[in-house]
Unconditional design. Structure first.
Length: 312
């Protein structure tokens, strides 16, 4: 690394280029600056030296030099509080847009020295004390705002140990990201009606207590099944449908999803996928360029949500 790259400002804030392998904190990655308390300590030393010079007071000189030695020795101890720690990335789980994505971070202390007041920060911050030859596993969270891949960003490991006169920190970037699904729509809109589902709904009633979905209100539907929230919002009259294991198959199609733009359609499709999976309904899934046969279960559910998250 040349001199220009070594003093590049981004190294002090966002760290070096993103990596996959574990990072060992050393002199190249650890930065040290005085804290506000440390600057006040320097001002005190300067004031003592001024008093000693004006009044030619040997005791004032002695106290000033003693405090100065404490100040400079603290630099070494501050550096040792982070030096040698090994930081590596863990796993991340998919979330819906608007939720906090969790990123696992593992910190290993291979030395024989206890590490105190270690702070690890992403958007939130956690503090810990590490015993000699131990490993800490923590999860840092970052709020997501849109679907797709959400990168973890810069993880900052820092400490103000031992006296709070200096802050030592090391910004680290990993190739760590979480998949973000679209945010499910808030409105409970009926599943799109397919011919097979329409035939089943026309000739038989669902049995069981599991919520199946909504359909347009038909004369004779029980009053207790009317979806009053949708009716109060002026969305029309719908009745709640319930079904057990014999519920009809449905197809969730992008072309049948209501919405003014792509994101609204994907949001509604996401709502249908979540509701169908919770109700135990076998559902097919269609996006432009992708068609999945009817199925249910965690694997099918994950495939549908991943397709929604990465749709372009």
């Amino acid at each position: 690394m040349n001199l220009k790259e070594r003093f590049r400002l981004s190294r002090f804030i966002s760290g070096e280029k993103a990596v996959d392998e574990p990072v060992t904190l050393n002199h190249r990655r650890i930065f040290i600056l005085p804290t506000q308390r440390g600057l006040g300590f320097v001002l005190l030393i300067a004031l003592l030296l001024l008093i000693a010079f004006v009044y030619n007071n040997n005791l004032a000189y002695m106290l000033a030099f003693l405090l100065a030695s404490v100040f400079f020795v603290t630099i070494l101890h501050s550096y040792k509080s982070l030096s040698g720690l090994i930081v590596q990335k863990g796993r991340s789980k998919a979330v819906f847009a608007g939720e906090a994505a969790g990123f696992e971070i593992h910190i290993n202390n291979p030395g024989d020295m206890e590490r105190r007041q270690i702070h690890i920060k992403l958007q939130d911050s956690q503090s810990l004390t590490m015993q000699p030859q131990s490993t800490a596993h923590i999860t840092l969270y970052s709020i997501t705002r849109q679907r797709g891949w959400h990168e973890a960003g810069t993880v900052t490991v820092s400490s103000t140990f031992p006296l709070g006169l200096f802050r030592t920190w090391s910004p680290i970037r990993f190739n760590l990201k979480a998949l973000v699904y679209p945010k499910p729509a808030h409105l409970e809109i009926p599943f799109p009606v397919t011919p097979s589902a329409q035939d089943r709904q026309g000739f038989s009633r669902k049995s069981g207590d599991d919520f199946y979905g909504l359909q347009q209100y038909q004369p004779g539907d029980p009053i207790k099944h009317i979806h009053w929230k949708a009716f109060a919002k002026g969305l029309g009259a719908f009745s709640k449908q319930y079904g057990g294991e014999d519920s009809a198959q449905i197809r969730l199609d992008y072309e049948l999803a209501p919405g003014h733009d792509v994101e609204q359609r994907l949001s509604q499709l996401c709502r249908w996928v979540v509701d169908a999976e919770q109700a135990g309904i076998s559902y097919g899934f269609s996006l432009p360029g992708l068609k999945l046969p009817p199925d249910n279960g965690p694997a099918h559910y994950r495939k549908c949500l991943e397709a929604l998250a990465l749709f372009r």
